[in-house]
Design a protein around this ligand. Sequence first.
Ligand code: ADP
Length: 498
Amino acid sequence: MIKKISKSKKPIKAEKKSKGFKIDYSPSLEGTSIVTIKPRNELFIGGKFVAPKSNKYFDTVNPATGEKISELALANKDDVDSAVKAARHAYNGEWGKMSGKDRGRLLFRVARILQERAREFAVLETLDGGKPIKESRDVDVPLAAQHFFYHAGWADKLDYLAPNKKVSPVGVCGQIIPWNFPLLMAAWKLAPALACGNTVVLKPAETTSLTALLLADVFNEAGFPAGVVNIITGAGETGAALVNHPDVNKIAFTGSTDVGKLIAKSIAHSNKKLSLELGGKSANIIFADAAIDQAIEGVVNGIYFNQGHVCCAGSRLLVEESIVDEVVKKLQRRLDMIRVGNPLDKNTDLGAINSLEQLNKIKELVDLGKKEGGDFYQSSSPLPKKGYYFAPCMFSNVTSAHTLNRIEIFGPVLTIQTFRTPDEAITKANDSRYGLAAGIWSEKGSKNLKIAGALKAGVVWVNTYNKFDAASPFGGFAESGWGREGGRHGLFSYLKID
Ligand code: ADP
């Protein structure tokens, strides 16, 4: 029994009751005893946890309950300076003289320790960020370990990147990461920087710093010299102090396009290297000749994975007109089967929205979307009473001008448009200020290759979505960023080649 899609311009209300597709499982909660959360966390500078010179701390909460779980040190300019000095000291000292082979050995150790402590990291990631345990366990932690394994292998082979040239590290790197994949983004940043022989000051996002701080423990356990990795906590001001520190040689940033632009402006006069991985509004295109049920799963994975907190989320669905009714019906049915709830429950598909601020932003944008028109459909899944949750939803029958088709929402909200020809699909997919990723669903190989070549997106997935690999470069076109991370390409932004 499928809800009929309204053709009226008036938004339709979400169904209140589940329509019987949903399978109810008994709760299966992951235990949390493996994790010890300190009531107060200090800064990790020069191999030690030290109190901040600012004497200030701020709260971090579990978004699944809205309750405080710990306090984080707030790094001010002086703290940033101490961290940069520790990184410079390590760069000029033991680390700078270490062979690539020995750096690789240490990075392999990090990867192996991450695997040994995988459950601890997965549970902490879920407690701190609200993502379902099955994602932290099966995606975030294994991929983070993979990044260290992959880059460990490069550490003694860097000369092969540019034969007959001198390849050397850039120096001290300031790295700033967001809250959607806290541990994985830390791994994306740290592994290549360290493999190339740099030292690092890393600033995780203010709502999700705990796994980065636990990673500090791993670097000590692996035997890294003091000061090679420094981890400082704080919000935008701390990040800005790091960006503007005169002794930082490279900034690597993942986050919003607005902050990325600010950073680019503020260091334009310096000779700091910069890589930016910013927002996205990625198109996922289904052709009539696609395997529809597979495509539906890919669309669900593309937009509802990690609550839509994915910069490359396939948030704009483009469907060939002849199959749109079928696709919309199937998606509505699938939406009702998504289990939203306690992220620690192994059955949960969609966990908590990362913060109250983000939840309010999603609600505001969805309200705006309803005013602008289109057919709105939202899952009838009941939401937990406490914590920050939002039921997955979609807007079909919308145009390219619809605000929700143009701006990044960073939530479980899909828009659906139609097209009649491959050229129209390409034009609509490229009609965006962003260009991070795209997806194509079709059984025709040559068509896939032709369309992929015409899409202005850093990554194009064919008959799949949201697949990542340390060997594969990732990055964007236009306002989605500068430079690539991962693979051979990603190493160049951490090296000087003379
Ligand atoms: P999001 O919208 O994903 O939270 P932000 O760009 O606001 O993205 O944040 C990403 C990271 O950038 C976070 O670690 C945040 O603390 C940091 N940040 C925010 N503002 C600035 C700034 N002006 N300079 C440097 N870093 C910043």
